[in-house]
Design a protein around this ligand. Structure first.
Ligand code: FES
Length: 139
């Protein structure tokens, strides 16, 4: 075997043997996340438990306000955008309701209208805790 044959044989062999590694290196990484499909990470359990509420205004499913604590097992999640004219509602834990600062519409914890002028309920989300993450998805 001369030098040219050696290089041709092992040069092609080297490329062929490293091709699977090159393809694997260029492939997109598989997600290792354990978050269920359609559920969005809104924040951490620590953030929720700190104030009894957690607001994520830029989640992929829209603005989400989660109220409650992980220990009390009373977590609910709504879109905090008031259905009257779009102001952001506040959670009043002592009164157990959402209150709009603009025209004082009030909503129950499940989003239903308690007092107008709003006539439509707040949009709600399914919410759950997985590990240290607070997750929500539209219902
Ligand atoms: S915008 Fe909320 S009551 Fe008017």
């Amino acid at each position: 075997m001369n030098r040219r044959d050696f290089i041709t044989l092992f040069g092609i062999g080297g490329i062929a043997s490293s091709l699977p590694l090159a393809i694997a290196a260029c492939s997109p990484e598989k997600s290792t996340t354990t978050i269920s499909k359609d559920w969005q990470n809104i924040g951490t359990v620590a953030e929720l438990d700190k104030d009894g509420q957690l607001l994520n205004e830029n989640s992929p499913v829209g603005a989400v306000l989660v109220v409650g604590t992980s220990k009390a097992k009373n977590i609910v999640a709504v879109n905090p955008t008031c259905t009257h004219k779009g102001c952001k509602v506040d959670w009043r834990a002592t009164e157990n309701k959402f209150l709009c600062p603009c025209h004082q519409s009030a909503f129950a914890g499940d989003g239903k209208v308690l007092e107008g002028p709003a006539t439509k309920p707040l949009a709600t989300y399914a919410v759950k805790i997985e590990g240290d993450a607070v997750l929500a998805k539209p219902v």
